[in-house]
Design a protein around this ligand. Structure first.
Ligand SMILES: Nc1ncnc2c1ncn2[C@@H]1O[C@H](COP(=O)(O)OP(=O)(O)OP(=O)(O)O)[C@@H](O)[C@H]1O
Ligand SMILES: [Mg+2]
Length: 287
């Protein structure tokens, strides 16, 4: 189906062997179909990506890459193209030109939204979308990736491991005490954590979060930062955010921050480095 034999056909469900939570091939192992080749260290690679809306370049030859296991914060003024970049990565918007790869070999520009999600990219939108009438634990169960062929032969074993994963996720998102409550009764911050839990049930290799702290109280924001910091190593993450305290809590002193403006990368470095960048001060932080 693909001209390039190195590119996996991801129209089939991705197989999971249950060993790696993230579904990412270990750096030293040969790649098997459905796994992501991160042998060069990058989980996501964008090169010269351009997106135009009626001649206006929302992305203008944007290039960036995210290392496997990295938690990358993206900041930048309104209209910089941050959400458009996530739309391109998830297949919602097709770029006019440029390369978008998951790992070394998976060309995301050739895939549709469902197959990109199956390949291991989870996306968190700003507004939480949970099943309000259903209990918290059932939201997690409904979100779980299920491969019908597995289900047929391994029903009982899968049920037990599914139960264990739900419990593990409930504790990770700190909603053990709310497991039986309808999701509609949760606070905004709890709903946001539940939605992240639902994404985690699909075992993403890369999680994209667009302004996850928007509308949260200060306490909820710091609780979310703690959760994302805790997820390090489980999956790679790209977090777009305006709240600089939240960004500081995620980036720490050594984490890399990318500043976008006018559809491209304006600066890249530690939070301290980009804060001192003259162009960043002028176009974003100094305003
Ligand atoms: N579907 C679309 N049609 C036309 N223009 C669009 C569309 N989507 C985005 N744009 C424009 O592209 C530019 C980039 O928008 P985008 O939403 O990606 O910015 P952003 O960095 O996410 O901003 P914010 O911080 O406000 O969320 C904006 O000027 C926006 O108006
Ligand atoms: Mg946006």
């Amino acid at each position: 189906m693909n001209e390039n034999p190195m590119v996996h056909d991801l129209s089939l469900p991705v197989e999971h062997d249950g060993r790696a939570l993230s579904g990412v091939a270990s750096m030293s192992r040969a790649v098997t179909p459905g796994e992501i080749d991160v042998s060069h260290g990058a989980i996501l690679y964008l090169e010269d990506v351009t997106v135009s809306f009626d001649g206006f370049r929302a992305l203008n030859e944007l290039s960036l890459s995210i290392d496997v296991g990295e938690l990358r914060c993206i900041i930048g003024p309104n209209g910089a193209g941050k959400t458009t970049m996530m739309d391109v990565i998830t297949g919602k918007t097709a770029p006019d030109s440029g390369k978008v790869f998951l790992g070394q070999t998976i060309d995301l520009t050739r895939m549709n939204e469902p197959s990109i999600a199956r390949a291991g990219i989870g996306r968190k939108f700003q507004k939480p979308t949970v099943f309000e009438q259903h209990p918290v634990w059932e939201n997690l169960e409904l979100a779980m990736k299920t491969d019908k062929r597995w289900l047929a032969s391994l029903r009982a074993r899968l049920d037990r491991s599914a139960q264990a994963r739900i419990e593990e996720t409930l504790s990770l998102i700190r909603l053990e005490g709310e497991a039986l409550r309808p999701a509609g009764e949760l606070s905004h911050g709890q709903k946001q954590r539940l939605e992240i839990g639902m994404l985690l049930m699909q075992q993403p290799a890369l999680l994209l979060l667009d302004e996850p702290a928007a509308g949260m109280t200060d306490d909820e924001t710091m609780e979310l930062a703690a959760l994302l910091n805790h997820l390090r190593g489980t999956c790679s993450m790209m977090v777009v955010e305006h709240d600089m305290e939240f960004v500081a809590a995620l980036a720490g002193e050594t984490g890399k921050v990318t500043v976008m403006a006018e559809g491209r990368v304006l600066a890249h470095g530690t939070l301290d480095e980009v804060k001192r960048d003259a162009g960043v001060v002028e176009s974003y932080l100094g305003r």
